[in-house]
Design a protein around this ligand. Structure first.
Ligand code: ASP
Length: 479
């Protein structure tokens, strides 16, 4: 009971429409087989890059660089548009997702368990990544000329002197920094962990207030979600040509020999992602006793879309719909776990970042001791949480990890050429991780209502929204 107004838990009164309803923005992309167009774009990109590249002698080095930049223009625009909307989309979705909870008690339980589960699986993904990289040693397959080439590029060099200066006394100060003292600054600069903390605090505050006060802000955030998904739909029109352009540019600049040298690295990351997928399927078998192949088939559309868009945030509406309608997860779980998971649960990205760090250390001939590997593990956990769920950012955040371990960040120039395919693949694994989390939490956090009761209630609420033409409805007790 809420003392002041003697009303029930406000969370049980206010009901914003689910993000799942914005799925119509993505339907066309699924039906139009975006993934196939993307694959065709990739193939054509590689061919164009090879034909126009310096190895065939068709164009001068300077000319091919200029052409590469122009070919990549739609790709740059595509990435910029998605990066532009990720912060508002995630901010609005986490807050409204919190408002989908059954009651405060359930919210607390699911929040703590979800975050603990995310941390454990992220650590596991990093362990898989490090073990694979240290066994296969992909960095030893790369020619020293190529490595020297990147050393002379104008990318920043790392200052290794700071390595090992970590002090336990600094920890409380570091923990405090995750609470943004300047939230607009965090939103503006895309500090994802701070954005998540800010969103959770605002969300919990909103659902603790009486609906008359929280409703207007929840409605405004609903508009923000709609705007963001509209921009996602527009940018997706560019996706196939964007992928074509970006792949042509990198193939053109790197040349066939360099690309071949990177094959072992690409193979190691893909193998790691596959192993992670197998771990998820084992979890599904143990926890739900379902056939993992059937599970994969039921989430196929969202995986293909994640692969095509390279953005966990952009596919959130379809992820929620898939979780509820294809795997039977309760809406109070999926609407909370998916926006949070899309933002901070990036097992595919964590696995990739740990392999990339070891690969570059090997390529630069840097020995990694136990201390450094541990440091990679800790920084990758933080970095993957802070990686925004948009295309191509996992590699940008990698610079931070490299810096902390003393690996030259100029090495990023080496791996960026093959990053498109790795980004698409790791995004599909990130999204699978979020869906598996939904299944686990659905089992682990029991609610007062059964799944069926929740589905019926949500359908009734949606009917009421239609009647009143409202996005956020308030249902008085006893109604
Ligand atoms: N594209 C990834 C995602 O949205 C993030 C990354 O770049 O690793 O999940």
């Amino acid at each position: 009971m809420s003392g002041r107004y003697n009303l029930p838990d406000p969370l049980t009164l206010i009901h914003p429409r689910s993000l799942k309803n914005l799925n119509y923005h993505l339907q066309e992309l699924v039906k139009g087989r975006l993934w196939l167009k993307i694959l065709i774009g990739m193939m054509l990109g590689i061919v164009t890059g090879l034909v126009l590249g310096p190895s065939t002698g068709t164009l001068s080095q300077e000319m091919s660089y200029t052409i590469g930049e122009w070919l990549a223009l739609p790709g740059y625009l595509f990435l910029a548009m998605l990066q532009m909307i990720v912060v508002p989309l995630v901010f609005a979705s986490i807050i409204r997702g919190i408002a989908a909870g059954e009651d405060m008690e359930q919210l607390k339980k699911i929040g703590l368990r979800t975050v603990a589960y995310f941390l454990v699986t992220t650590a596991l993904a990093i362990l898989i990544g490090l073990t694979l990289a240290l066994t296969i040693n992909p960095g030893t397959y790369i020619s020293s000329e190529l490595v020297q080439g990147t050393m002379t590029s104008n990318a920043t060099q790392t200052d290794t002197s700071e390595f090992g200066s970590f002090d336990v006394a600094e920890l409380p100060g570091m923990i405090t920094t995750i609470v943004p003292t300047n939230p607009l600054g965090s939103l503006a600069t895309g500090q994802m962990l701070q954005v998540v903390i800010f969103s959770i605090i605002i969300g919990v505050a909103l659902v603790s207030m009486q609906p008359v006060q929280s409703k207007p802000l929840l409605e405004l955030l609903g508009s923000l979600q709609e705007v963001s998904m509209t921009v996602v739909r527009w940018s997706m029109l560019l996706a196939p040509i964007a992928v074509f352009g970006l792949i042509s540019k990198f193939t053109l600049n790197l040349g066939i020999d360099a690309l071949m040298g990177m094959l072992v690295y690409v193979g190691t990351v893909l193998l790691g992602l596959l192993l992670m997928l197998i771990v998820y399927m084992l979890v599904i078998i143990v926890v739900t006793r379902r056939n993992p192949l059937k599970f994969l088939r039921s989430i196929r559309d969202v995986l293909l879309l994640a692969f095509s868009t390279s953005s966990s945030a952009a596919v959130m509406p379809l992820s929620i719909k898939t979780a509820e309608e294809n795997i039977g997860v309760r809406p109070s779980i999926s609407q909370f776990v998916i926006p949070l998971g899309a933002t901070i649960n990036m097992n595919g990205t964590a696995l990739y970042q740990s392999i990339a760090a070891v690969f570059l250390a090997q390529a630069f001939g840097i020995e990694l001791g136990f201390g450094q590997l541990l440091l990679i593990m800790v920084t990758v956990v933080g970095a993957s949480i802070g990686t925004p769920s948009t295309p191509g950012v996992g590699i940008v955040i990698l610079a931070m990890i490299l810096n902390s371990v003393g690996i030259p960040t100029s090495g990023i120039a080496l791996i960026i050429g093959v990053d498109r395919i790795l980004d698409m693949s790791r995004t599909a694994v990130n999204v699978t991780g979020d869906l598996v989390t939904c299944v686990i939490m659905d089992k682990w956090v029991t609610g007062k209502k059964t799944a069926n009761e929740e589905f019926i209630e949500v359908a009734n609420q949606e009917a009421q929204r239609r009647v009143h033409d409202e996005d956020v409805i308030v249902i008085s007790p006893g109604e």
